[in-house]
Design a protein around this ligand. Structure first.
Ligand code: UGA
Length: 446
């Protein structure tokens, strides 16, 4: 919404939320999320044609186009628990719009929704509204965190699904203020909803494919980066999203694939469901394999050993920790009662503990010594590494490439191990300093 406001000064954009604390934060100079370049965009448009408010009803009534951007988390109970998305927030928005609006609105599903949610919204607004004919469009978001603003400024494509041509054209005309027309594609509602899930599933599939091969590379004399490079140079395949890692994370991939799996299952397409489920399974395997590798190489025991995790965010340039591989790895290490020192400049201790608890079931009931076993720092990586038996790179933050590894080596217990879960460090140089280095998809060199 901030980018729409920035690029279209003639359009008034108001962001509304029930959460007063969040809205208040968006009205200050310290925005509630970290995203490169977001500050400059918000500061440019805020107060001009970008507003943040808790007055939901009045702003719904005043709007021509309403974007529904609520979260649709994976269900934790009931039918489809563990894979289906919970669309109760979407439904609540639809009911709110129907209740207060007496003029026709264009309702845009922006949240990632299971296919056919548009139909549900359309039925709700038609049956419990004020007799007005609203139109429902789907406009999925393809931005990636960390590059969100660049992605929005120059999107690979904008996808708009819907059957009301006038409404579609109106939304097209908003994006056309800065996106070339040929990059704005229109489809029917269901194609658009499904395309979003499929785009994420295919991206995640590439990572799981290369990660599955990383295990084979470690067992043979192949190098996963060399394989990815050779494979990716075939222009039909392409070089992107073939970087082997400790596993993909983030709020989207796992959730959207499970959503797709659930959809296939509900249509009785069990083989198709299982095919996509394997993408998630390989990711779980990769995270577990990484932790197991650490344990095996550290003489089969890490109990009481200090391990320093470099990074906790699910990727660089974001403070987001949802579904981060780091939390899974931390859980496996904590189960062995290792002590863990996490260093990440952009992640708060609160959000780390929350992620450990909600996604991974790690709290003081499952790991009684938790608070003693885990320490967290945003500022001092050298303190975090002091007395550690191992460093494990969890996030590919650029700063990890240029740390003073001679100094770190001096601070660690020997033999000093490095497990590079992102293959970003200079392994030869580290070996020269004296580290025992293990990387993803590479044969171990003593
Ligand atoms: C993803 C998609 O890339 C976006 O297009 C989509 O709009 C978004 O989900 C969404 O549905 O909202 P995001 O989750 O922000 O974006 O991050 P990605 O850059 O896709 O990274 C996801 C995970 O895959 C990260 O943990 C990353 O480190 C990992 N990854 C990515 C790899 O392990 N290897 C790669 O080669 C690329």
């Amino acid at each position: 919404m901030a980018v729409i406001a920035q690029k279209c000064p003639h359009i008034k954009v108001t962001v509304v939320d029930m959460n007063a604390k969040l809205i208040a934060a968006w009205n200050t100079n310290s925005l509630p999320i970290y995203e490169p370049k977001l500050d400059e965009v918000v500061f440019e448009a805020r107060g001009r044609n970008l507003f943040f408010s808790t007055d939901i009803d009045a702003n719904l009534i005043a709007a021509d186009i309403i974007f529904v951007c609520v979260n649709t988390p994976t269900k934790t109970h009931g039918i489809g628990a563990g894979s289906a998305s919970n669309i109760k927030n979407v439904e609540a928005c639809a009911r709110n719009i129907a209740r207060v609006c007496t003029t026709p609105k264009i309702i845009v599903e922006k949240s990632t929704v299971p296919v056919k949610t548009g139909e549900a919204i359309a039925r709700i607004v038609a049956s419990c509204g004020n007799g007005v004919a609203h139109s429902v469009l789907n406009n999925p978001e393809f931005l990636a965190e960390g590059t969100a603003i660049d992605d929005l400024w120059a999107p690979s494509r904008v996808l708009i699904g819907g059957s009301n041509d006038a409404a579609v054209e109106k939304l097209v005309s908003v994006y056309a203020n800065w996106v070339p027309r040929e990059r704005i594609i229109t489809t029917n509602l269901w194609s658009s909803e499904l395309s979003k899930l499929v785009a994420n599933a295919v991206l995640a599939q590439r990572i799981s494919s290369i990660n599955s091969i990383s295990a084979l590379c470690e067992a043979t004399h192949a190098d996963v980066d060399e394989v990815a490079r050779a494979v990716g140079m075939d222009y039909r395949i392409g070089k992107y999203f073939l970087k082997s890692s400790v596993g993909f994370g983030g709020s989207c991939f796992k959730k959207d694939i499970l959503n797709l799996v659930y959809l296939c299952q509900s249509y009785g397409l069990h083989e198709v469901a299982e095919y996509w489920n394997q993408v998630v399974k390989i990711n779980d395997y990769q995270m577990k394999r990484f932790a197991n590798n650490m344990i095996k190489n550290m003489f089969n025991t890490i109990t009481g050993k200090k391990i320093c995790l470099l990074g906790f965010a699910f990727k660089k340039d974001t403070g987001d920790v949802r579904e981060t591989a780091a939390a899974y790895v931390a859980k496996y290490l904590l189960e062995e009662r290792a002590s863990i020192a996490v260093y990440d400049a952009k992640v708060s201790a609160d959000s780390m503990f929350e992620e450990l608890k909600y996604t991974n079931g790690v709290d003081e009931t499952t790991i009684p010594e938790l608070k003693k076993l885990i320490t967290i720092s945003n500022t001092d990586v050298y303190a975090a590494a002091t007395g550690a038996h191992a460093l494990a790179v969890m996030t590919e933050w650029d700063e990890f490439k240029t740390l003073d590894y001679e100094r770190i080596f001096g601070l660690m217990v020997k033999p000093a191990f490095i497990f590079d879960g992102r293959n970003i460090l200079d392994h030869a140089k580290l070996r020269k300093i004296g580290f025992e280095v293990h990387a993803i998809g590479k044969v171990f060199e003593a």
